[in-house]
Write a protein that binds this ligand. Structure first.
Ligand code: WT7
Length: 654
């Protein structure tokens, strides 16, 4: 049995019997009606393409030459026009696009679609002056400020593909991404607010730009007014370059883009040290995210929708920016952390804006659970009508807690499975239609052909576990890994020819509902964020005193998984609490704070096979405090015993 099968077999023993059938009142008014499942997938995606305004209609729905799909061929459109201009033209310029709330209290802005248009046009005009045009790659390294979506939309308006780099990433991570995409312009801000302190984004950017010489211009938004150094000829302030620029949409028309033109790259961790530049294009992506946003979140014209993710992740791209804006939805956008200044900040926001749809991650739900329901109880959350979850498997206790304590016991909970690569939600209940089960993402979205395969590629029937696959293309699917064709084929399309391999374990139950079981490769999921074991290992080995490192995930009650590192120091040196802190910080500098190991176990040797391969399975057993599996192939079986002794005594909590 392989390691992954073993993992799946353990988890399939668990059975959840609670059922939540839809409320008939909800069903009667739901956006999704049963007919949606009856449409043939081509009919469905042809019909849903009408959600989008086309400058020129598409001619061919789909061209599928595995592993590359093209959608809506021959069509011309612009994403910014669809997300902004057309709503203003339709007379909805006065509708709020974002209720933006800064982390410092009372720092609030109400941004209507007309405001958004004016800001985007002015900024696009400024970018044009800096030399940005159709096809110019632009990097964006910002916090949760309204100017981040403004920058993305301005790029889309000009036809300039962007890559947003999450503000928690380090200078090294930023420069890797800027270099890979060959960005010519970087948009950043002085500092970002985080839990009452500041994150020095411009300082990180300066460091990144030392090794990203292709970036000729750097735009700096003033957010905290913190001091920054500006390089003459390269750095310009946002407020200065927009000064005097026209906000008339005619002064900067939306560039007509081809359906398959690149909209953005978003980098995500894989099983090697180098992040993958996942490519998303224009038409299919927009149709996919707008359609799923409409049906899965049951968004109404009067809705106040809040996706509490960060724009720096795909959830923010698809379900804070492109999906909701395409649908003309009013959203909440919040800059800070859930516990600043107090643990009821989110519930204060829900109450004040009368949020009816909340979309967040299990790790956040578990934090709120840990803090206790009293924080939510202090607020009137009766506006909430629907709750969503994304990022990792949600444990049934958290699901129930979310429904009961946040949703007042009556709101549907939609557990949505998808990935950076899929661009849009692929497996999820449809509220009003689906009987939900705590912990199950339930059914593939209409038109999506998901299945569970065994090692040999046979479809696993009800009750069985295996690997999640997708057998048919979908509009928002990735169009490849930027500049890495072979890696694209190898990662997603080689395990089963012609079939997309998601890298997740899954189980399918008697009703055909899917239960996601976590990653089956060397990818960890910490607080809903993907981090590869090899990336962290490379960062550790990069430290001058580290001889060898092996990294794996262990279960963690709040973050889902936590990172455990096994480290051998050079010259047989012993570890110390100071060394531990130093190594954690080193990983923080190389990748970002999210990748810092929760535990580091210093060990004189790592367990290896006789041919010298590190036995990761054994390290995972140690990290999880499990009985050790087969050790017969080990070169020196005593090593792992020693590590285990250290592992249980040396672990240092965050
Ligand atoms: C991986 C994708 C998609 C936005 C956030 C993460 C895990 C995601 C679920 C879910 C179980 C989930 C998977 C997937 N995942 N949603 N509802 N249930 N697992 O995007 O960083 O690309 O990570 O997150 O393992 O492969 P990402």
């Amino acid at each position: 049995m392989t390691e992954t099968q073993r993992g799946a077999a353990i988890e399939t023993m668990f059975e959840e019997v609670r059922r939540y059938p839809p409320d008939p009142g909800f069903t009667a008014n739901a956006n999704a009606q049963a007919e949606l499942y009856e449409l043939d997938f081509e009919e469905l995606w042809a019909k849903e393409s009408q959600r989008v305004t086309w400058f020129e209609p598409w001619k061919t729905l789909l061209e599928w030459e595995p592993p590359y799909a093209k959608w809506y061929l021959g069509g011309k459109l612009n994403v910014c026009f669809n997300c902004v201009d057309r709503h203003v033209e339709a007379g909805k310029g006065g509708k709020v696009a974002f209720h933006w709330e800064g982390e410092p209290e009372d720092d609030r802005r109400e941004i209507t679609f007309a405001d958004l248009q004016a800001d985007v046009v002015r900024f696009a005009n400024a970018l044009k002056e800096l030399g940005v045009g159709k096809g110019t790659p632009v990097g964006i390294y910002m916090g949760m400020v309204p100017e981040c979506p403004v920058a993305m939309l301005a790029c889309a308006r000009l036809g300039a593909p962007h890559t947003v780099v999450f503000g928690g990433f380090s200078a090294d991570s930023l420069s890797d991404r800027l270099n890979d995409m060959e960005c010519e312009v970087l948009i950043t801000q002085d500092e970002a607010w985080r839990r009452g302190t500041t994150v020095p984004l411009k300082r990180n950017a300066d460091e990144a730009l030392e090794s990203s010489s292709g970036v000729k211009k750097c735009v700096v938004l003033r957010r905290t007014q913190g001091e920054v150094s500006m390089e003459r000829g390269r750095d310009v302030f946002w407020n200065e370059i927009v000064e005097g620029k026209s906000d008339d949409p005619q002064s900067c028309p939306c560039e007509p883009m081809d359906s398959e033109d690149l909209l953005y790259l978003l980098y995500t961790s894989g099983t090697t040290a180098k992040p993958k530049g996942i490519a998303h294009t224009t038409a299919g992506y927009l149709v996919g995210v707008a359609t799923t946003h409409h049906y899965i979140f049951d968004v109404k014209p009067e809705s106040v929708y809040w996706c509490a993710a960060d724009v720096g992740w795909v959830t923010g791209h698809s379900y804070i920016v492109y999906g909701p804006l395409c649908n003309g939805t009013t959203s909440v956008m919040y800059e800070g952390t859930p516990d600043f200044p107090d643990k009821d900040r989110w519930w204060d926001i829900v109450e004040r804006y009368k949020v009816d749809i909340l979309y967040t991650a299990p790790t956040a739900i578990r934090s709120h659970m840990k803090w206790g329901p009293e924080h939510a109880e202090r607020h009137d959350l009766s506006s909430l009508r629907l709750l969503g979850s994304v990022g990792e498997p949600i444990n049934p206790e958290a699901w129930i807690w979310y429904r009961d304590h946040i949703g007042g016991g009556g709101t549907p909970v939609v557990d949505t499975w998808w990935q950076t690569e899929t661009g849009m939600i692929l497996i999820s209940p449809l509220p009003g239609l689906t009987t939900t089960k705590p912990g199950s993402a339930t059914k593939p979205f209409p038109g999506i052909d998901a299945a569970v395969f065994d090692e040999q590629g046979n479809e696993v029937g009800p009750g069985g576990g295996g690997y999640l696959v997708l057998r048919r293309p979908w509009p928002a699917m990735l169009r490849g890994i930027y500049k890495e064709h072979d890696r694209y084929v190898e990662t997603y399309w080689s395990k089963y020819p012609g079939v997309y391999f998601a890298g997740d374990g899954a189980r399918i139950d008697e009703d055909g509902d899917f239960w996601l079981l976590g990653r089956v490769d060397d990818v960890m999921n910490v607080s809903g964020h993907r981090i590869s074991t090899i990336e962290v290992e490379s960062a550790l080995v990069d430290h001058q005193e580290v001889a060898e490192a092996a990294v794996c995930g262990r279960m963690d009650p709040t973050t889902g998984q936590a990172i455990v590192a096994f480290v051998t120091l050079k010259g047989g040196a012993e570890g110390s609490p100071e060394k531990l802190a130093e190594l954690r910080n080193h990983v923080g500098t190389k990748i970002g704070a999210i990748a810092k190991p929760a535990n580091i176990v210093f060990t004189p040797e790592l367990p290896k096979t006789r041919s010298g391969k590190i036995m990761r399975r054994l390290l995972r057993d140690v990290a999880e405090n499990r009985p050790l599996g087969d050790t017969t192939t080990l070169a020196d079986p005593t090593v792992v015993e020693e590590i285990r002794d250290r592992g249980t005594t040396d672990q240092t909590e965050e």
